[in-house]
Design a protein around this ligand. Structure first.
Ligand code: ASN
Ligand code: ZN
Length: 321
């Protein structure tokens, strides 16, 4: 019984190595005890309905386990389990570099459930349910919804947001919640996979999930879509996408992405994280968000030139002081 290094292929066939756990019975399960104190653990819903898991405790299942081998079988690749488990470690390391110990900041357990269905069919989505990540399984059109590191980083960042600024999930605060999840989701992906900011896929969110088509066709959003609050804000009713949280997110994430392009990943991420963790509050709108980023830049003693970059990025996206 104890920690082991295990291997498996992700849904796209790339070799991955990740910490796991050999149990007393000899089987090896997807439990990483080397990072968060509470562990990073990955479960397979085996096609059960999303309602079994959404907002509810994990069933009394054991985590995904191989037989007695540290090499996980193809079933763990197809289900998205290898992707979700490997990604959770990468996202943990990303936030650790920013000074954060896991989603709750206290090393609490990081649980993921892959391979859920909806209404007897494919569940084409993923979400943070308040305590864990839940990912739809693949089908004809999609790989598992855990098969994009940006998507996994997005969902896990919802956990970070909940434990920091706790931006309310409607209207502008909700669009900021979404935009920050997209920003860090993409940032994690670029860092972990060593993709440069100039790569055409860099601003795309969810571009790896489709079995066919181009990354541009597949992506759910692109952070450099140039949307402007004054011109493009969608005033949706609360019944529509919680007041447009996914319809308006790129107004805010677009400004953050412009800042990351200009300042680089290290300074951009440190700035966005400090703004989120120390200056934003639950009912903030876009203007409050801008002020939070400006305050964080001052606190980090960024240069006058860098602070001008921040102001002009928000200006370009119609977010005024
Ligand atoms: N994938 C979506 C998200 O995390 C699902 C949702 O919560 N609306 O934003
Ligand atoms: Zn989201």
């Amino acid at each position: 019984e104890g920690p082991v290094q295990a291997t498996g292929k992700d849904a796209h066939g790339r070799d991955r190595t990740f910490p796991a756990w050999r149990r007393a019975d000899g089987r090896v399960e997807l439990r990483d005890t080397t990072r968060a104190a509470g562990g990073i653990v990955t479960y397979d819903a085996q096609g059960r309905d999303v309602s079994v898991f959404d907002g509810r405790q994990l069933p009394a299942d054991t985590p995904v386990a191989s037989s007695d081998s540290t090499a996980f079988p193809p079933s763990a690749s197809e289900s998205g389990a290898v992707d979700a488990h490997w990604a959770a470690g990468q996202v943990y390391d990303f936030y650790k570099r920013l000074g954060r110990d896991g989603l709750d900041g206290k090393g609490g357990a990081i649980n993921s459930v892959v391979n859920v269905t909806a209404g007897g069919g494919v569940f084409e989505n993923a979400f943070w349910d308040g305590t864990k990540m839940v990912y739809g399984g693949g089908g004809e059109d999609y790989y598992s919804f855990a098969a994009g590191l940006d998507v996994d980083g997005h969902e896990m960042t919802h956990g970070v947001v909940e434990h920091t600024a706790n931006l309310a999930y409607f209207g502008q605060s909700g669009a900021m919640n979404e935009g920050i999840a997209d920003y860090f989701g993409n940032a994690v992906q670029l860092d972990a996979l060593k993709i440069p900011m100039t790569d055409p896929r860099a601003p795309l969110l969810g571009e790896d999930l489709c079995r066919a088509g181009t990354p541009e066709q597949c992506a759910l959003r692109r952070l450099d879509d140039g949307r402007n609050a004054a011109r493009d804000y969608v005033g949706a009713s609360l019944r529509v996408d919680n007041g447009g949280v996914h319809l308006n997110s790129t107004i805010f994430s677009g400004a953050l992405w412009d800042i990351r392009k200009a300042l680089g990943g290290d300074r951009g991420d440190k700035l966005a994280y400090k703004a989120l963790a120390e200056y934003m509050t639950p009912l903030d709108g876009f203007t409050d968000g801008r002020r939070a980023v400006e305050a964080a830049a001052r606190a980090l003693r960024y240069s006058g030139r860098d602070r001008a970059v921040v102001r002009s990025a928000f200006d370009r996206h119609g977010i005024r002081p």
